[in-house]
Design a protein around this ligand. Sequence first.
Ligand code: ARG
Length: 589
Amino acid sequence: MEKILDLIGSKVVKAFQANGYDEKYGKATLSNRPDLCEYQCNGAMAAAKEYKCAPFMISDKVADSLKGNPMFESVDSVKPGFLNLKLSAEYLAQYLRRMAEDPTRLGCDKCENPKTIMIDYGGPNVAKPLHVGHLRSAIIGESVKRIGTFMGHTMIGDVHLGDWGLQMGLIITELKERKPDLVYFDETYSGEYPQEAPFTIGELEEIYPAASAKSKEDDAYKEAAMQATFELQHGKGGYQALLKHILDVSVSDLKRNYENLGVSFELWKGESDAQPYIPDMVEKMKKDGYAYISEGALVVDVKEDTDTKEIPPCMILKSDGASLYNTTDLATIVWRMKDYQPDEIIYVVDKRQELYFTQVFRCARKTGLVKPETELKFLGFGTMNGKDGKPFKTREGGVMRLEYLVSSINEEMYQKIADNHTVEEEEGRKTAKVVALSAIKYGDLSNQASKDYIFDVERFTSFEGNTGPYILYTIVRIKSILKKYRAQKELPQNAKILAAHSHSEKALMLELCKFNGMMEAAFQETAPHKVCAYIYDLANAFNHFYHETKIMAEQDEMVQAGYICLLDLTRQALELCIETLGFEAPERM
Ligand code: ARG
């Protein structure tokens, strides 16, 4: 369904042309003076220069041509040369009725050329607990993925586990100290390794920090861990079997955590999956003359003439021949292209890795790992800070674990709900979980991803203001009116959204009709915050309308039924939007 701005724009363009002016001046935009009009066109100001006359001469003529058009309630030419437009209430109602006829998409067309887009997000490190730094990647990535899916693209999320670093060697070393008799450490053993892991997730989470602390104090220990890492990476059987156990145990724990967050991945690949592709990739880079030895290391130059700051070469292999984070990311591109041929790969990673990704992308392009038209996009996010403006920490100053953060918000939310009214403990807890997730996700997504933001528990969990709970509260309010209405009567057969009867009703309708344009922009700009801004405005417009309108007491059957249709459309728009943000509304709260 055509966007309302385009429909208005095409009428305005015709009016410019009818008066002999170029169509390029006929662009309509949302009004920046909502007190005066709903839409505007400032084209006459620019056209005046070309046609060498006063701008209002042009805007007057265009306005005259537009007058009488059923699309508009009013068209005003205002000095010095603005066109102020108000949509006719009937036209707007018609537009909304068409949206309502399409309940799964509300008139938002799928894109014409669907792409295959891989999205690299989450990025947890195996055996290390998830911390809040991973929260943003998961929340933003999931939303970008859902928005893309809604727009008709094939989105493939890959968690890209950090499963290839020194942490693996540390765990193995610590395990060897604690349980030296395990078969994995027996050099002479040649049989099958056990199916069962020799540790639980609880132990694993305790082993890693213990080993990491020891390695900082004890050089020999660190040396042993590095050696173990090396042996693991070079195929030592017992260690490979341990790696598999570590992965199995961690991944099932990670899955549980992500599930609690409403985050899921199509692929659970890790850095280790890229390793088999490294040797051929490196060989080819050398053969094609891109990779050369500099100070012992193998590098590819990636600087460009137009750079304003220095972009260092991309390092492919260290002087000892070991691969790096870069190498893994490049080899990951190799298998992604081979197995999925994506048109685009989006990386949702901390913005402090931006320079790094510039190097990786340039190197991938230069060495032909991707096609010239393959898009590589870095979506860098800022830091989640505490109220003190410093990275979010526990009260004791330690790294805040994600699980802990989530359960504390759940608790906070439960208290609020229990304070508000009496609920059964079980139902209250369930609702609290749903609302808490909206608080966390909306609190994050309502900020432009690249910005740092302050995670303010007090504010995020509030039922008022620009928060997830406020949005859910609005949805629940609408649902309860709809329920009440349906309990009293059936919606008449010919019920439909009617031309607005009041200013607040029209304001709500004007918000609703932005849906398709907003969703398209949110996808194009990989900007979930646009969805948040839209639903916040929509929720406000609804609540304003609700406070000014006696819906249940309305005497005129058809007017009342029209309200109900409008409410239902509002609910659908809000629910479709929160679905793309990755949370849902409870039935009651
Ligand atoms: N595991 C990394 C970290 O915790 C994030 C991975 C980001 N993705 C990537 N393809 N490098 O910092």
